[in-house]
Structure formats: structure tokens, C-alpha cells
Design a protein around this ligand. Structure first.
Ligand code: HEC
Length: 248
């Protein structure tokens, strides 16, 4: 911690006019000290979050049994409905197009026609986010970053004002998804059934280009997909490797 004595009680580059005026009245060197503390808090939280890993789920046990050719273990691990849901996830429902890989995300941004959240300001998703992150002095290329510029590919090649980004949101991991209702970027859906019914209907996007097509799933198939999503939960673990070697 730098020496922060003598700073005003409330000061920051924020909307509140008093705090904002107090911030602008501070010498640059004082502002840099405060921003350094702010950046370090963010880094500490990010370092903690990087250590959190979802532990093995019943789905993982099923995959292991399948790889080992152990049919009895497979049957004992997932129910018929869960297996049917897995097949839909990979096939007819095409969830795997975006929810792929060990974390069930392609780490991309997509517009899936999620309705606007009632009572919140309009949200243009990645369109606004890209602009914000490019302007932010706390970004990967900024003065508080520990990364080398070559490590900031996402920002160096990020297009701002690309209309395709309108209401695109990050594809979240589906691990432990059954334990974290409500769903979507502003909690628009209360249950996994509502989520799957949304994909099944594929309504027009409130803004921008929605990427979904109606799936034509029966009520039973919706239930099977929901059952499968319930098999992706495992204990949340903090990976201790991160404790031994500080990240770059
Ligand atoms: C075109 C890409 C795409 C496809 C296909 C897709 N998803 Fe998603 N999924 C997303 C995005 C993007 C979000 C986040 C949307 C948001 O936050 O508004 C999301 C969110 C979710 C969530 C909410 C997770 C959370 O923590 O809030 C669930 C559950 C989910 N998807 C399940 C599915 C299932 C099941 C299917 C197949 C029927 C599917 N997805 C198909 C892109 C996709």
C-alpha cells in the first residue's frame, strides 16, 4: 500500500459531482497511487477466481466409463433421461455449437435473443463492452497491466463499433449451472426449464442479429435436456497450484 494519508474522504472519476471534483483536484501522482491500489484489488480478485475450478461431475464419470468401455458403470452413472439429454445437447438441439470443450463454452460472444431485462437500462452487450474496454486505463495494454503487449491479443484485435456485436453476450460455462439460478446476463430466466424453452422457441432478438433457430423439441425432450444440465455439477475446488506459482 502506498501512503494514502491526506487524501479526501470521497474522490473518484465517478458521476457524483463532489467526488469527481475532488478527484480532479488531486495531483496526478496522488491519482496514480489510488488507481494502483484499485488495480491491485482487481488483480487479487482475478487471481482468486482463476484458482476456482469445478470438480468432477457425474457427466465426467460417465465419460470416463465410456472411454474405459465400462457399460455397467455408464448405466449406473447417468439416468436414461440424462443420456437422452446429452444426445440432444450434441445433436438435435445443437447446444455444443457454443457450449463446447471442457468448460462447455467456446469463449465467444453470441446474440441468442435473450429478452431485455425489465427495470434495467438498455444493454447493447458486447457493442458497448468493446468500446468501454478499449477506453479503459485498466485494460490489458494500460499502465497498470502486468501483461506484455503481445499477451493482449483480445484487445489489440478487438473491433469497436462493429454492429454485429449488438447484444452479443459471453457464452458462459455450463459447469455447476444447476446451482446458480437465475440465468443469463441479467438473470432473465428463473429456471433451467425456462432457458431450454427459450432456445426451443428461438424468439426474435430484441436488438441485433439473433442466431437461434426453433428446435422443435417436445416437452419430454425439454425435460431431458434439463436433466442433462443437472449432471454437470461437481464440488467447487480452489486449485492450490496457483498458490505456489504466482501467475505472470
Ligand atoms: C449461438 C450460441 C449458443 C447456442 C447454440 C446455445 N447457447 Fe446457451 N448461451 C449462449 C450465450 C451467449 C449465453 C449467455 C446469454 C446471456 O447472458 O444473455 C448462454 C447461456 C446459457 C445458459 C445460462 C447459463 C448461466 O449461467 O446463466 C444455459 C443454461 C445455456 N446457455 C444452455 C444452453 C443449451 C441447453 C443449449 C442448447 C439447447 C444452448 N445453451 C445453446 C450461447 C449459446
Amino acid at each position: 500500500m502506498p501512503d494514502l494519508r491526506g487524501l479526501p474522504k470521497h474522490a473518484g472519476p465517478v458521476a457524483d459531482p463532489e467526488a469527481n471534483a475532488a478527484w480532479r483536484a488531486l495531483p496526478q501522482a496522488e491519482r496514480d497511487k489510488v488507481s494502483g491500489v484499485f488495480a491491485n484489488l482487481g488483480k487479487a480478485i482475478a487471481a482468486y477466481e482463476r484458482r476456482i475450478e469445478p470438480g468432477p461431475s457425474r457427466f465426467d464419470a460417465y465419460v470416463e466409463a465410456a472411454v474405459a468401455g465400462d457399460g455397467a458403470k455408464m448405466q449406473a452413472t447417468l439416468s436414461r433421461d440424462e443420456v437422452a439429454g446429452l444426445k440432444l445437447f450434441l445433436g438435435k438441439a445443437q447446444c455444443v455449437q457454443c457450449h463446447a470443450g471442457p468448460l462447455f463454452t467456446n469463449n465467444e460472444f453470441h446474440n441468442t435473443g435473450v429478452p431485455a431485462a425489465r427495470g434495467l437500462p438498455a444493454d447493447s452487450g458486447r457493442l458497448a463492452g468493446a468500446r468501454q474496454v478499449l477506453q479503459d486505463e485498466f485494460n490489458c495494454l494500460g499502465p497498470f497491466s502486468d501483461a506484455r503487449p503481445q499477451q493482449c491479443g483480445e484487445i489489440r484485435f478487438l473491433a469497436a463499433d462493429n454492429a454485429v456485436q449488438m447484444r452479443q453476450f459471453r457464452v458462459p460455462s455450463l459447469r455447476n449451472v444447476a446451482q446458480r439460478a437465475p440465468y443469463m446476463h441479467a438473470g432473465q430466466f428463473a429456471t433451467l426449464r425456462e432457458v431450454v424453452e427459450h432456445y426451443n422457441r428461438a424468439p426474435a432478438a430484441p436488438q441485433g442479429h439473433g442466431e437461434l433457430q426453433p428446435l422443435g423439441l417436445s416437452a419430454g425432450e425439454v425435460g431431458q435436456l434439463v436433466a442433462f444440465l443437472g449432471a454437470l455439477s461437481g464440488p467447487v475446488q480452489a486449485d492450490s497450484r496457483w498458490l505456489q506459482s504466482p501467475s505472470p
